[in-house]
Design a protein around this ligand. Structure first.
Ligand code: ADP
Length: 445
């Protein structure tokens, strides 16, 4: 059993996990860097330990310091949130070797899905469709060109260790492929310490549709239906919704079956997300994220299931509280509110001088900011998530406009005006989405 959870993260997700722990009656320990002393997750946890200076490498990514914080405070479990150490199999192993409960999937499952080329091979063996591409890392430019000949252009090069949209390069012909091959390898090496790249067919205007799964340690895997995350900038999601306008009951069943197969293939437990691209009636496995995701609340809104609470139950060895896929009720949309310029997208850290959070029917805000809080420049710019829920998509959109219009964040620039513009776009209103949606807001940078 678990009694005290250390949250190896910061900001809104740390606050979200503290909330689930409180409901579960568990004590909480937060960790923080020197610049995060005044963060809400520090105030809300029962205890907090400063684990190092601002630089993530010296604090939130410092495994020794995180483990020491758990030992000093007598925590018996660690929840990694998303980002930082969440998908680090080595860290998960150390947590377990130290006799602590890891609130996440088995380290081997993280490793199997963390290598994207390996993940492709694993799910293919289970009959899950993938885009045509290379199943092994590419040895050379010539190798890349030979593989691309076989599948046809355009192609996309991806880092096998990839994540966060880094290390990806599109090529439209052999000449371009040769040009970008070294850049992609170099970028992958720099970002992930591993320069291996593979390639697959590039779809020019697909939808990004993903399936939430939960699996317990008793062999039960439940798929929770889809989220559509096609509204992205530089491969980073901005707006997510559930259900997707493109998915009917039959397609949902097929995608949920594929996601369940993918999870079962690696002996998955805990919460995870199987990401697909969807184009022209077909869906293709892209990768599995072996953690709770930023956009998990839209699934919570339409299913009524607390996914983080389920993670705690699963880690404690309890069975899933849901036996089969829950019905999705109404429509939910999440807007990522970043402290950045809504036109140029330049980060806008600084002090929050004024704050009024929207509320009322169908509105949820997950955030760590408060009036007087100073957003440090050291981490990502997500400051709040607005999640709206309505009986149907039209109602969800009306609630989104109302809530964004009543959302006051003073002192820094935010993406709220951008979201209000997105809501006015006929393609958004009609649900005509693809990963190219944001190109209409492109700026010269
Ligand atoms: P990361 O792990 O870096 O986030 P993903 O593999 O999840 O990378 O891809 C992120 C995004 O990149 C997708 O949501 C999609 O917009 C785009 N993308 C990835 N692969 C392809 C592809 N084969 N064709 C078209 N777009 C792609």
């Amino acid at each position: 059993m678990i009694s005290k959870v250390l949250i190896a993260n910061r900001a809104e997700i740390a606050v979200r996990i503290i909330a689930a722990c409180r409901e579960a009656g568990l004590a909480t320990v937060s960790i923080h860097s020197e610049v995060d002393r005044d963060s809400l997750h520090v105030r809300l946890a029962d205890e907090s330990v400063c684990i190092g200076p601002a630089a993530a490498n010296a604090s939130y990514l410092n495994i020794t310091a995180v483990i020491a914080a758990a030992e000093i405070t007598g925590a018996d479990a660690i929840h990694p949130g998303y980002g930082f150490l969440a998908e680090n199999a080595h860290f998960a192993e150390i947590v377990q070797e130290c006799g602590l409960t890891w609130i996440g999937p088995p380290p081997d499952a993280i490793r199997a899905m963390g290598d994207k080329a390996n993940a492709r091979r694993t799910v293919t063996a289970r009959g899950v469709p993938v885009l045509p591409g290379s199943s092994e890392p590419l040895a050379s430019r010539e190798d890349a060109v030979a593989v691309a000949e076989g599948i046809g252009y355009p192609v996309i090069l991806k880092a096998t260790a990839g994540g966060g949209g880094k290390g990806m390069r599109v090529a439209r012909d052999p000449r371009e492929l040769k040009q970008v091959f070294d850049t992609a390898r170099h970028e992958a090496e720099k970002a992930f310490g591993n320069g291996d790249v593979y390639l697959e067919k590039y779809l020019t205007a697909p939808r990004h549709i993903e399936i939430q799964v939960l699996a317990d340690s008793h062999g039960k895997v439940v798929a929770f239906g889809e989220r559509e995350c096609s509204i992205q900038r530089r491969h980073q999601k901005l707006v997510e919704e559930a259900p997707s306008m493109a998915v009917d009951a039959e397609l949902r069943q097929r995608m949920c079956d594929a996601a369940t197969e993918a999870a079962a293939a690696v002996g998955y437990t805990s919460a995870g997300t199987v990401e697909f691209l969807y184009d022209d009636g077909q869906f293709y496995f892209m990768e599995m994220n072996t953690r709770i995701q930023v956009e998990h609340p839209v699934t919570e809104a339409v299913t009524g299931v607390d996914l983080v609470l389920e993670q705690l139950r699963i880690a404690a060895g309890l069975p899933l509280s849901v036996r089969r896929r829950p019905h999705m009720s109404g429509n939910a949309i999440e807007f990522r509110i970043n402290a950045e310029d809504p036109v140029t997208f330049a980060p806008s850290p600084g002090e929050i001088t004024d704050l009024a959070l929207p509320g009322g029917p169908g509105v949820r805000v997950d955030t760590h900011i408060y009036r007087g809080y100073r957003i440090p420049p050291n981490y990502d710019s997500l400051v709040a998530k607005l999640i709206v829920h309505g009986a149907n998509r039209k109602e969800a959109i009306r609630r989104a406009k109302r809530a964004l219009g009543m959302f006051v964040i003073g002192g820094v620039r935010t993406s709220i005006p951008l979201h209000l513009r997105i809501l006015e776009e006929p393609d958004f209103v009609e649900g005509r989405l693809s990963t190219r949606f944001m190109e209409r807001f492109a700026t010269r940078e």
